[in-house]
Design a protein around this ligand. Structure first.
Ligand SMILES: Cc1cc2nc3c(=O)[nH]c(=O)nc-3n(C[C@H](O)[C@H](O)[C@H](O)COP(=O)(O)OP(=O)(O)OC[C@H]3O[C@@H](n4cnc5c(N)ncnc54)[C@H](O)[C@@H]3O)c2cc1C
Length: 378
């Protein structure tokens, strides 16, 4: 069994497979720990999916959400208890990989897969000449998914650009943002900038619609300037794609499947993907074990993703349509209304904490699909 990619999706699949006694090789082109452009926001519902503590990599936990419209109409919502943890991805991902190795998975870093042959089983070749073969392959190779493309999977999945900057600030400055996630709305036609507090840096970034990748750096700098952080040192800045599976794009065949970002499993309201990466890693492991002991096919994986993850992504997409649609039509009244609509934020915090789901919240508002449909068509 080969897993390509040691991010949250790949490490989770490898851990669960190895823990069930399967022989697993997990290959990644990077040396670990490796940087991943990411806000590092880990909602409590994501932590709940993991059967081991993550306290050693938590840099902060946030219970306050500050929202502005390009610096205007500011309001703060308090969830009373933390709704998300903040991590640096290099440490978080190293922890997940360490758990996979402890469960018995073999890890090969520096293994950039360049060629894939599928002929009953799978045979892959890496840039350094390394070769491996197995009956099954899990492509957890991220949003660009080069290996997924070689397998002919993931065609037609939508994507958008995002940008991440790690700003190094004195500890006293970092402390002034403790426990608070900042969200700046007001980008056209949708998108948001964020500031997530970490122990030594502030993780600042932006996500924008397709085609606006060229504007990300300028918008992020303007956001940093508005925050009064213009003269601080930037540790690292990097862009990356986020992918969104919206319908029935093919993510599985007999002996290869896509998990996590490779499969486009990120939501279109918050653009978060780690929850779905871990969840799909679990579903991938379950299906691989079933295929090993049964009919030898991974094709049922896609049906399981359609049933267990897609309803949540579709609900998040509806909420995103409604939220950004209102913001586009009447920014100031919508900021005022949402500031004074406890239902909205209580529902958001409940989802983040794993006490509810987007699908359940959408089902409570039967008119939401028709409102969202009107916003899309007008
Ligand atoms: C700027 C930005 C901010 C984000 N912020 C958040 C957030 O705050 N919270 C959240 O939940 N989500 C966030 N996301 C989304 C989140 O980062 C992803 O959903 C998550 O990383 C997906 O995990 P993964 O395991 O599928 O892929 P990845 O974490 O991308 O891992 C893929 C791995 O595959 C390896 N790989 C790629 N190609 C090859 C190859 N040819 N051979 C071998 N290995 C290969 C890579 O080296 C990498 O280690 C953000 C995304 C971006 C771009």
């Amino acid at each position: 069994m080969i897993v390509v990619g040691a991010g949250p999706a790949g490490s989770t699949a490898a851990r669960e497979l190895a823990a069930s006694g399967a022989r697993v090789l997990i290959a990644d082109r990077a040396q670990f720990p490796r940087y991943k452009a990411c806000g590092g926001g880990i909602p409590l519902r994501t932590e709940r999916l993991l059967p081991f503590p993550i306290g050693s990599v938590i840099e902060d936990s946030v219970s306050l959400l500050q929202v502005t419209n390009q610096g205007r109409n500011r309001f703060v919502k308090d969830s009373a208890t933390p709704f998300a943890h903040m991590v640096m991805r290099e440490r978080f991902d190293a922890l997940l990989l360490d758990q996979a190795r402890r469960a018995g998975a073999e890890f090969r870093p520096g293994t950039a897969v360049r060629d894939l042959e599928q002929n009953g089983g799978v045979r892959l070749r890496a840039a350094d000449g390394f070769e491996a073969e197995a009956d099954f392959l899990i492509c957890a190779d991220g949003a660009h998914s080069p290996v997924g493309k070689m397998a002919g999977l993931g065609d037609g999945i939508a994507e958008c650009p995002a940008w991440e900057v790690e700003v190094r600030v004195p500890r006293s400055k970092a402390a002034s943002y403790r426990a608070t996630a900042l969200i700046e709305l007001g980008y056209w036609p949708w998108g948001y900038a964020w500031l997530f507090p970490k122990a030594e840096v502030l993780s600042i970034g932006i996500v924008l619609p397709p085609g606006q990748g060229g504007d990300m750096k300028g918008h992020t700098q303007a956001f940093i300037d508005r925050l009064g952080l213009g003269s601080t040192d930037i540790d690292i800045q990097r862009g990356h794609k986020i992918r969104f599976r919206r319908a029935s794009e093919c993510i599985a065949d007999r002996n290869a499947i896509l998990a996590g970002d490779a499969a486009g499993l990120a939501d279109e309201f918050t653009e978060e993907g780690i929850f779905y990466a871990i969840e799909s890693g679990r579903i991938a492991a379950r299906n691989t074990l079933r295929a090993m002991g049964g009919d030898g096919s991974l094709e049922r994986y896609q049906r399981d993703i359609d049933r267990e993850i897609m309803p949540e992504l579709q609900a998040a997409r509806l909420i995103g349509f409604m939220f950004y649609g209102m913001l586009r039509r009447a920014a100031r009244p919508w900021m005022l209304a949402s500031a004074h609509t406890p239902f909205l934020w209580n529902a958001f915090f409940a989802v983040q904490k794993g006490e509810s789901t987007y699908a359940r919240e959408v089902a409570r508002i039967p008119v939401l699909p028709s409102i969202a449909a009107r916003m899309v068509s007008s």
